[in-house]
Design a protein. Sequence first.
Length: 371
Amino acid sequence: MKKGWKFKLVDLFLRLYTRGKGRLQPSQQLVTESAFSHIVIYSTTALGDLMFNTPAIHAVRQRFPQAKITLVVHKKLEAFVEDGDDWQHVVCWNTKIKTVPQLVRDIQQFGMPDLAIILHSHDPYDYLSAVMSGAKYVLRDNYVDGITPMDRWLAGYVIGFRGHVIQRKLALVSMLGADVSDISMRIPFAVAPVDKAGRGTVIGFQMGASTSERCWPVEYFAAVAEHFLATDPTCQIALTGWSGDSPLAESLLRQVDPALHSRIVNHIGSSNLKELVGLINGMDVLVTGDTGPLHIAIALKVPTVSLFVTAEPHSTGPYQDPDLHDVIYGATNNLAIQQGHVMEAIKPQQVIDRVAHRIERIKTQAEGMLR
């Protein structure tokens, strides 16, 4: 375990710290608690992780409607979550140890928390800050079982879970007596409806991913784009992504017939997260890997064709509304891994077939509504 020394050091510090400070209560006492005045919830990693956490956060809000909830996120997500209905306050943290004292102060400005729930963050500094903030109980979604120096500071964690990430987080908050039947992800602000009647088909491409090996080849995206633009004169391709994805758009345009460029709309790097939600909501179908935009589309009930090779769809793929989503899983092998071509396991024709089938279903449903 690479970070073993950090766990041991934090364990030693907390043993000394809690002799005179801290408010931790015995974990067995958690089952007797029926109300909390201040709950702090950590979700300090990426956009997709936050979306996975929204069902559990909503379940906590429903379980403790009178509680004051503070959400801890990374600064890059602050504007995205600032208007959320399931929390009153937002605090930002970069997950670094040197900023733990400031995080503790930021949390405590709303009162010492009775309960801290760490849904996705970076150990060991997440539970360190939770204990230092004055939490009586700390629940944590552990991605690894059996880290004793960490587990002794937690009142609750799930052991040996196998299944979807959303369900694991719900299993954690079920320890609080929360109703965990609702698995729907939520956008934390009102989204304007889009009238798609009478317009052409809009196919979204999210070509970028968290790492280059998780990106489907640009030439494969180009082949899909050319097929639909050439066969449907009303079709548009909408490109989404962060500013760092701009070279992908440039590469795609070089590989697509220039006569079709006018119907490729490049939004890469030109929209913030809230604007991205609006863009995705206007799509008929989104083609993407395991990315944050995939989970935004799922929450919006926008159909998707998702491409999985390096990630496992049973764990991080679409979990709600399965009738809206097509998952293509490509099995890889040792040679592909060695050559760095794992995403080539999924071929363009597979994606073309799934997108075409999805568009046909959408058109059939639209025609049925007009009858």
